[in-house]
Design a protein around this ligand. Structure first.
Ligand code: ATP
Ligand code: MG
Ligand code: FE
Length: 337
């Protein structure tokens, strides 16, 4: 089974061909990052326009790199939510046109289901059930993956997503956009214990996250340094902030793994490519005797291969979408519209 997958939910225009669910034959990503860096974040209107310019090229390259023709494709999978509506619509329209013209089934995929499924690419033995921490630009979810396509969200963020917190703090300390990778890098020069930032607990839930208080604590710290005329050590702030985020993510995740009696744990989403976070989970899982799974960095941030994997399992479950498939910007995980 060959899935041609298309992804355009944010600022990456991507297409991929995946064979039998776990073998990536091509993975083409056109990143618009340079374009949005000028503005310090993703500008939706610019993202949509660039997707329109690139989507057909990226799809053609995915097919040619995979060495197959559209005729040989079994089904076309596309991200239809959540994400920026104008950006999603470009991929959805392109996928619908191709599937219609080539007379192939169309399978709409949830973007976060894609992020989770990225773990199946390089870990051929991984099968549900397991617990997955999804930490991306817009989401922080602790998910019980009960079966393929079956999810229970047991923890979520009450305010900012983890990636959002990285991006906002990076901007505040003058690192610019995109913040995550930059904080990751400068943190290596800093002392993670230099400043004690709060590890937020959320009332009434063991697994929910809150990162806005941490972000405020960083801003307050920067302000107080300015007022006292103390020079800010960028690397120390970055490392201390990063450690506060990681401590909370590891704490909640390990608690969940114990409660649910599962011995497999995975991470997903752009923040999952953070080197200190990976090291911290590696250690926590080893200490607890858990199998730890994580995608390579290229499969952590947005890509279409992960959509091809999720699309394969959806296809096998019988998920099919009609030519009226629309973008659903606030699509819930596990919801099928
Ligand atoms: P979502 O998947 O929630 O819709 P998104 O698609 O924009 O959001 P991803 O592409 O999964 O998010 O991830 C992008 C986020 O990951 C950004 O916030 C970025 O700063 C963060 N990120 C990327 N690399 C790293 C890193 N090494 N360390 C920390 N954060 C990182
Ligand atoms: Mg992106
Ligand atoms: Fe994403």
């Amino acid at each position: 089974i060959y899935i041609l997958a298309v992804e355009s939910s944010c600022d990456e225009t991507a297409a991929s061909v995946v064979r039998n669910g776990r073998e990536v034959l091509s993975n083409i990503i056109y990143s618009q990052i340079d374009l949005h860096t000028l503005y310090g974040g993703v500008v939706p209107e610019i993202a949509s326009r660039k997707h329109i310019e690139k989507v057909n090229q990226v799809i053609e390259k995915a097919l040619s790199d995979a060495g197959i023709t559209l005729e040989e494709v079994t089904a076309v999978a596309v991200t239809y939510g959540p994400g920026l509506v104008g950006a999603l619509l470009v991929g959805v329209s392109a996928a619908k046109a191709i599937a219609f013209a080539a007379d192939k089934p169309l399978v709409g995929v949830h973007h976060i289901e894609g992020h989770i499924s990225a773990n199946f690419i390089e870990n051929k033995e991984l099968e549900p059930p397991f617990i997955c921490l999804v930490v991306s630009g817009g989401h922080s979810h602790l998910v019980v993956v009960k079966d393929y396509g079956e999810y229970e969200i047991i923890g979520r963020t009450r305010d900012d997503a983890a990636g959002e917190a990285f991006d906002k703090v990076a901007r505040a300390i003058g690192l610019g956009y995109p913040g995550g990778p930059k904080i990751d890098k400068v943190s290596k020069e800093g002392n993670p214990d230099a400043i004690v930032f709060p590890r937020a607990k959320v009332d009434g839930s063991t697994y929910d996250f809150s990162f806005s208080g941490l972000k405020s604590a960083v801003l307050n710290y920067l302000n107080s340094c300015e007022m006292k005329g103390i020079e800010v050590n960028q690397a120390d702030v970055a490392a201390s902030f990063q450690k506060a985020v990681i401590d909370v993510l590891v704490g909640h995740s390990m608690e969940a793994v114990s409660q649910y009696h599962l011995n497999k744990f995975a991470i997903a989403g752009g923040v999952a490519s953070n080197t200190s976070l990976r090291a911290a989970f590696e250690k926590a899982c080893r200490d607890k005797g858990l199998e730890f799974y994580h995608p390579s960095p290229v499969y952590c941030t947005d890509n279409a291969a992960m959509i091809g994997v999720a699309g394969y399992y959806e296809y096998c479950k019988g998920t099919r979408h009609g030519w009226d498939l629309n973008a659903v910007p606030n699509l819930k995980l596990g919801e099928r519209i």
